[in-house]
Ligand binder design. Sequence first.
Ligand code: PMP
Length: 455
Amino acid sequence: MSYLPNSLQGRDLRYLLHPVTNARAHERNGPLVIARGEGIFVYDDAGKDYIEGLAGLWSVGLGFSEKRLVDAAKRQLDVLPYMHLFASKSQQPAIELAEKLVQMTPEGLDRVHFTNSGSEANDTVVKMVWFYNNAIGRLEKKKFIGRHKGYHGITIAAGSLTGIPANHKGFDLPLDFVRHVTTPHHYRFANEGETEEQFSDRLAAELEETILAEGPETVAAFIGEPLMGAGGVLPPPKGYWEKIQAVCRKYDVLIVADEVINGFGRTGKMFACETYDIKPDILVVSKQITSSYQPLAAIVFSDKIYQGIADGSESLGTFGHGYTTSGHPVATAVGLENLKIIEERNLVENARRMGQILRDGLAKYADHPCVGEIRGEGLIAAIEFVQDKATKAPFLPAGKAAQAVAAAAQANGLILRAIGEAICFCPPMIITEAEMHELLARFDRAMAEAFAPAD
Ligand code: PMP
């Protein structure tokens, strides 16, 4: 190892293969070891502070030191550290959180199933939809349609729904049951002179053509993040969801809204389905459901789907799907407390207000020669860099500018995420106005350094 942070002197770093990491680059450069957290800040093992501008992995809504979540976990660990939900066993936190999710999610979502991660949740969605369609006798209706740049996780089925080449390459994905359609990103994919509405019309027509080409009797569901996150923070173009939903309804294709990043306030409303007027049959949430203090995800779905699955579970003898830790009592207890805090402190409103300050702060880069697009919604935003503003030509090699900005930000005590040509912002929802100005000040320094003329 060429580099060892303070707390790791004498340790052997070879044993840990990091997820979503270039292992050879990691060997060369070593890790950034985060030792503790407080509010929106994390501290490395040398004591340097960083604003966590991506809230971990878009997920730590309540920041890194919420004592009430710690206490909720402790209380549950004291009383009942584990009980599963198989074969009609149950426990209170899972029952209560299911009820809470049905109450707070948009109308028409009446049943809940828990998993441990967003990937497991989307894998489970595929299996639930297959089981449902088998139960109601639609034996052929099994295909899913996702979008290029969509992110739904990395397990075999969820990884197939994902439309990002880096998650497919080398893994023999996607599987054959998935088709991907165009990314709803007007700036990059609209034709010359095409308005957002016209672009949305074209994408809805593409969806319809895809369904017809496959045969509507074979297409089970359309899955999308209301606002795409890991594809680079892409809010939908005007009219997109209205038109997409109309096509899905026409061919009896279920709508799955993946709100693993969007959910619980991120877009300025409790759910992005409210922000974009989406009426899904299935809603997937995770991440901010516990502020990632515990691993947990939930699938919230319609009574109609439940009835089909329930019938199937009787005729087959069981609904043979679940994990040892599905609905884990400590995770669901933390989830309940987390949602209570989001409501009590009105953090959705805070996300909306702070997001406005963030986007106002970023807007000053609109005339920067290397800034192509500034985008966002609520408290999630991105800047896309271009080498040439007029032609929108990206930097070469791909991602160079965004990575340089992310590195300069980290040196200046701000953790952001570079995705392709974009630098992404998604700070904890507890962020205050003063802290947002500090975040923007650190970003300004990073921009100045990253784009400083070479000596
Ligand atoms: N869906 C979306 C929209 C996500 O953003 C993510 C994670 N970034 C996932 C699913 C997968 O979640 P997990 O990493 O918990 O498996």
